[in-house]
Design a protein around this ligand. Structure first.
Ligand code: ADP
Length: 496
């Protein structure tokens, strides 16, 4: 909160005409603005009350529409000395006439009117016309100490019996990444459901937190059941992850010893060969939650929205840290960087933001980026110092295929395993990916079941193999090209 306050003061002093605070927490914002005492004349417009005095809530003009309010402030004389706080206005911003009027006000401020406009909104809508005049500010996520204060205050004010310091700290940790409003709601919910606040409520907090992250829509908290035993082959990558996990889990000690904080890893290569699986397994090894960033959802339709979403996602991940931030299909995110056109420009800016963050990051947010195709990735990303290591996963060799067959047969038909000739299956599946092998086993098991037989034999699986086309058959050329590409770019082989 203090951070936002300082930034707000800095921007206001520097005469930025329109500040756009992106937050769900209007009340908190109001408190902050009150404590700011920036201008004597502070007015607000919102949909339900119209044009009011910000401090007292008394109407300035009865039944004043948003457009009327803008007209009432349209000259330097009228605007001078005022701060206008605008709420519920995003639907109006898309109206070209209204946007033009707001632009008129912004130009007055630019030209020297001593005034400021502050838009408070939970969503971001910035028409092109106003892009130059608007600066987006993010409400900071609460620190653990601030969360503890929020909990203490809420408990005291709602008559909930006080809790021990230890439990309070534990709860504060569990609430990381949530807003004040969400925190108070969850405490009330936990208290209402059992009549007290106890350790078992942490589970409820965790579940609700998952939902809230889901609702925020940019990060997905992935449920991880996979363990390192679920990956066949990829021994180099597995060993590397185990080592990094050791550092990550003893971060303070490691840092004191002089070890660098692990930043992240890029795992690229063949589809269906265990890249996503590695991200999941890393989360288990590091013993931290896995947050998946969906780049498709980051891209917004308004100017500045994409950058803001990425910033938000990063801030949320940092707030939840220690965690693993999994960026799936990285090439989709940063394809087109450096190209022409508006879309490419946004991409290039986004990419710049991401690189800077990767470079400067000190939080315990470990990035696992996965990519199917690196030829489209900007070279800066592959330079040393961004990621701790670059790995490529190729098609599994014989030994690896044996491991993968073993894993997938064991998962479904452990009792049949001893009668299955895995060597024979391995010989028949050159060029198959891990996902292909899993598919073959799945098909065989299903066929045996529908044929009402009692167990799965080698021949059942052979028949399933005969009925499928492997990945490398389907994309022979690109398999070879990709392998060359990785060697040239000095990616480490994930397999031994
Ligand atoms: P991608 O490389 O495209 O991210 P995934 O990791 O999602 O591929 O693999 C898809 C599925 O194929 C996995 O969920 C897993 O069941 C199976 N699979 C792929 N590679 C392996 C492997 N090396 N060991 C075991 N299973 C694998």
């Amino acid at each position: 909160m203090q951070l936002l306050k300082n930034r707000l003061i800095r921007y206001l002093d520097a005469g930025f005409p329109i500040l756009y605070v992106n937050t769900f927490e209007e009340e908190k914002m109001d408190r902050l603005l009150r404590s700011l005492h920036y201008k004597e004349e502070m007015y607000e417009w919102n949909e339900s009350q119209g044009y009011i005095d910000f401090y007292t809530g008394t109407p300035i003009v009865e039944d004043c529409s948003f457009e009327m309010m803008l007209d009432l402030n349209k000259s330097v004389d009228l605007l001078d000395g005022k701060m206008l706080v605008l709420k519920d206005v995003t639907p109006y911003l898309e109206d070209a006439r209204i946007a033009a009027k707001i632009k008129g006000l912004a130009r007055q401020i630019h030209a020297g009117a001593d005034a400021a406009i502050l838009i408070v909104s939970e969503s971001i809508v910035i028409p092109r016309k106003l892009e130059k005049y608007i600066t987006i500010l993010e409400m900071d996520y609460l620190s653990v100490e601030e969360i503890a204060e929020v909990i203490e205050e809420f408990i005291a004010s709602s008559g909930i019996p006080p809790v021990s310091r230890d439990f309070l700290d534990e709860m504060a940790m569990a609430f990381k990444g949530l807003t004040e409003f969400e925190i108070c709601n969850l405490i009330a919910l936990a208290y209402a459901s059992s009549g007290k606040l106890a350790r078992k409520d942490l589970k409820l907090i965790f579940e609700q937190k998952q939902q809230m992250i889901r609702k925020a829509g940019i990060l997905e908290m992935v449920d991880v059941k996979e363990t390192i035993e679920d990956i066949g082959g990829l021994d180099n990558l597995k060993e590397w992850l185990i080592r990094k996990a050791r550092v990550f889990k003893n971060m303070n000690k490691a840092r004191r010893f002089g070890v660098d904080v692990p930043k992240g890893v890029l795992v690229a290569g063949m589809p269906g060969c265990g890249k996503s699986l590695s991200a999941k397994v890393a989360s288990g090894l590091f013993e931290v939650p896995l947050l998946r960033l969906d780049m498709g959802r980051i891209m917004g339709k308004y100017v500045g929205e994409s950058e803001c979403n990425l910033r938000k996602a990063i801030a949320l991940a940092e707030a939840i840290s220690p965690c693993i931030l999994w960026i799936d299909e990285l090439e989709k995110a940063f394809a087109g960087v450096g190209g022409d056109g508006g879309g490419a420009e946004v991409m290039t800016r986004l990419f710049g933001n991401f690189l800077t963050w990767m470079q400067e990051k000190t939080s315990a947010t470990f990035v696992v980026a996965t990519a199917n195709n690196i030829t489209k990735l900007p070279p800066e990303l592959l330079r040393k110092g961004r990621f701790d290591e670059l790995f490529y996963v190729g098609l599994p060799d014989e030994k690896e295929r044996a491991g993968i067959f073993d894993i997938h047969i064991r998962k479904r038909r452990p009792a049949d395993l001893k009668n299955i000739d895995i060597g024979k299956l391995v010989n028949l599946t050159k060029g198959y990916s891990g996902a292909d092998i899993e598919g073959v086993v799945k098909d065989a098991v299903e066929t045996v079941f529908t044929d009402e037989k009692d167990f799965v034999t080698t021949n059942d699986i052979v028949r399933a193999i005969e009925n499928t086309h492997s990945l490398s058959e389907l994309m022979k050329d690109s398999v070879e090209n990709m392998q060359k590409e990785y060697k040239e770019r000095k990616f480490k082989n994930a397999s031994k």
